[in-house]
Design a protein around this ligand. Sequence first.
Ligand code: UD1
Ligand code: CA
Length: 502
Amino acid sequence: MSPENSGPAAVIVLAAGAGTRMKSRTPKILHEIGGRSLIGHALAAARTIAPRELALVVRHERDLVASHVAALDPDALIVDQDDVPGTGRAVEAALEALDALDAFDSRGPLSGTVVVTYGDVPLLTGALLAELVATHEADANAVTVLTAVLDDATGYGRILRAADGTVTGIREHKDATEAERAIREINSGIYAFDAAVLRGSLGHVTTDNAQGEKYLTDVLGLARAAGGRVAAVVTEDRWQVEGANDRVQLAALGAEHNRRTVEAWMRSGVTVVDPATTWIDATVTLDEDVRLLPNTQLHGATTVARDAVVGPDTTLTDVHVGEGATVVRTHGTGATIGAKASVGPFTYLRPGTVLGETGKIGAFYETKNVTIGRGSKLSHLGYAGDAEIGEDTNIGCGNITANYDGDKKHRTVIGSGVRTGSNTVFVAPVRLGDGAYSGAGAVIRHDVPAGALALSLAEQRNTEGWVIAKRPGTISAALAAAAGSKAAAPTTSHTPAPTEEG
Ligand code: UD1
Ligand code: CA
């Protein structure tokens, strides 16, 4: 037994149900909160208690669920439930599969503690599961069930207790008497079982009940009748046992998950100015002294380093924000922002954007697949795609990499210490050497050597008196006349083009 799987013998996650109340073509347990599917949350909680085996029982949309789980947790054993309905049948199928696995390994049938959880209860924590297992094992129970006391217990199985408080069984809502329905302590559906007791009892569970299902809950009464100890761990935290059955519950669980995530980050040193409008996925990492301003959403593998400020109004997915960087009103995916760099406002960072230390991508910029060196600035209005920009380069206002010829994408390579004029267009593939300059409106179709000035200018032509002659009666004509313009026979003058940077 390695330390990584020193926990219970197995966790069995039940996920064969159809989840019809979600009214969705997507299987219920693939719906997400906090950037993770419901089943992803269930598997993550199960893994924290380091079970030797983890089995997932599926039936509805079996292939979709199985491939999702194979990607998330390749070691999880996928078990198919047959047509016999009920949680008892689901666990029986998992036990058979686990026993077969162990027989194959010649370890003998599964023994020790078997934990059962649900695939649609996303706020259950590993800590609460660990507490359940610890109580179960310390008290040498046959079954320990996780319960909660709810104001409205409608629909749930009710916990039956003897006068001295001993748990005697569980009654399903549909099978309960009026008196039993008044009980507010409910079965969460999460349990720790002794494997041998579970196996033995399931063999005696029938479908003789209001729903014609094999109830896992019948195991409690059977275990007790066979002389085993049955007990409960009561949680005060109802969110940890709440399932997402429809989209209203999904949103409520999502909001609570976020509230908990944001609170945990604040407790570990992150300033969150407005927790209610700040959304942080379970998979995000933040350093101490990060500041998150209102209406910021951080998704996926996003990381934010110390002293960085993100927001307001910023959505980052798989973005790495460096130490002391600022990211304002930005939508970013798959980008890396260097230390002390600045991005925004109104900036769209697409995948493959890498901004170097102290660099800048300013207002109304879109970037994609571009590496920008240390200290280089793309301050306003432009597009940079499929490009490489050196260090301490200044890209003028309104510059565009024309990277697409209608058929293929091409690269623009710009050196260090470059200064480009306003409205420069780089017609890729093209290269600008270190220290090169371009004039305003330059269309760079050919490589620019280091230190050269690139201009691509048609001479400017002024046609005197054109407005008075061609636009009579307009305000422009009136003002032109007042300024001394005459409608006399037009003359054209040529003015040499300016050469300075725009
Ligand atoms: C079950 C419990 C009930 C408890 C409630 C908590 C039983 C008989 N009843 O209710 O005491 O209060 O959960 O939510 O166990 N599943 C399968 N295969 C099946 C049926 C269900 O894998 O054949 C899975 C579902 O996908 C779900 C979980 O088991 O994850 C619970 O199923 P659900 O139908 O919601 O619960 P109930 O049986 O109504
Ligand atoms: Ca349910």
